[in-house]
Design a protein around this ligand. Structure first.
Ligand SMILES: Nc1nc2c(ncn2[C@@H]2O[C@H](COP(=O)(O)OP(=O)(O)OP(=O)(O)O)[C@@H](O)[C@H]2O)c(=O)[nH]1
Ligand SMILES: [Mg+2]
Length: 318
């Protein structure tokens, strides 16, 4: 799993000071000092860019704008601009002082990490029947500061499942810039590999075999990585003698691990389409109708079929 950790310091803006001023115009004598503006807040905001933590390797200190001081003639100071720090979706923010943690799971989600200081009141607000010439104005309060550890824990959106040697890793490598090992033998992939397609995170898993739930092959422990995925891509090779039986073998193992995996939306891909005749492919697609899933022929050597798979990926809302 790709895990990335950085520590940053954030400071919200300080509140602006209130001021003491008086009108010099004879008919309107009295306090006119405006209040200070509130300091800007600091937020974290989840974005699809998985590399968004990179910039915090060089810059570590962030300060939102301070509120401006109040001015004469009842003019309040401007609020300080808020500061929004972008982090990749899947980032867990730990407040180092309080120990509190919060996970940003959805794109656009925001977390307030430091509140701006309140602006101080100007003397206009201290006027009263008994004190028509108040000389008091309050200073702005300091903004909150915090030290925050940002930890990226990728949550896959799509899990690639299937028997060994059916082209799962080849597919991941074809649609993302991942470099999952590929070879013409079973169990090339020994641990999950991740790739991102426009922010959609794909987890390539080791192949499953019949009896995996009893520990055969590499077992099924790694299926925990796809418990939280939204969608499964189920790969079946066109070179199989009985693609439907392959499908059912995998479904049985998924169900043995966790029945909830069977409820996930699932797309079936018939891989290595270039290795069989179009007639055979038709037969296979027909036999897989029983799965009641969308069935898509796929070859990593055929751009049109990769585009069809990418269109499905694009439809996955993150
Ligand atoms: N002809 C053809 N061969 C493919 C295609 N996709 C993958 N292969 C080949 O099939 C073999 C297995 O591919 P992998 O991507 O390693 O398969 P896998 O499902 O990840 O295998 P495991 O990691 O062992 O579960 C490799 O030799 C690939 O080059 C395809 O679309 N067409
Ligand atoms: Mg593989």
């Amino acid at each position: 799993m790709l895990v990335d950790v950085v520590k940053i310091k954030v400071a919200a803006g300080n509140g602006g000071d209130g001021i003491v001023t008086f009108s010099k115009v004879k008919m309107t004598l009295g306090p006119t000092g405006g209040s200070g503006g509130r300091g800007g807040d600091v937020y974290l905001e989840a974005v699809p860019d998985l590399g968004a933590l990179r910039k915090y390797r060089t810059q570590k200190d962030f300060h939102a704008e301070d509120g401006r001081a109040g001015r004469s003639a009842f003019r309040d100071g401007h609020r300080g601009e808020e500061l929004v720090l972008q982090v990749p979706r899947g980032t867990v923010a730990h407040n180092c002082a309080t120990g509190a943690s919060f996970e940003l799971t959805k794109v656009g989600e925001r977390l307030l990490v430091a509140s701006g200081g309140t602006g101080g009141k100007g003397n206009f607000l201290f006027r009263s029947a008994t004190n028509t010439t108040p000389k008091r104005a309050d200073p702005g309060l300091p903004g909150q500061t915090a030290e925050i550890e940002l930890e990226l824990k990728l949550i896959a959106d799509v899990g690639l499942v299937g028997l060994p040697n059916v082209g799962k890793s080849s597919f991941l490598n074809a649609v993302t810039n991942a470099k999952s090992p590929v070879a013409d033998y079973a169990f090339t992939t020994l641990e999950p590999h991740l790739g991102a397609f426009y922010g959609v995170i794909i987890a390539d898993l080791p192949g499953l075999i019949e009896g995996a739930s009893e520990g055969k092959g590499l077992g099924i422990k790694f299926l925990r990585h796809i418990e939280r995925t939204r969608v499964l891509f189920h790969f079946i090779t066109a070179t199989s003698e009985d693609p439907l039986a392959d499908y059912e073998t995998i479904r049985a193992e998924l169900g043995a691990y966790n029945k909830a995996l069977l409820e996930k939306p699932e797309y079936v891909f018939v891989s290595k389409a270039d290795d069989v005749s179009p007639e055979r492919m038709k037969e296979i697609v027909k036999s897989l109708k029983k799965t009641k899933r969308a069935v898509t022929p796929l070859s990593v050597f055929d751009d049109a079929s990769l585009e069809a798979a990418k269109a499905i990926l694009k439809g996955i809302v993150i």
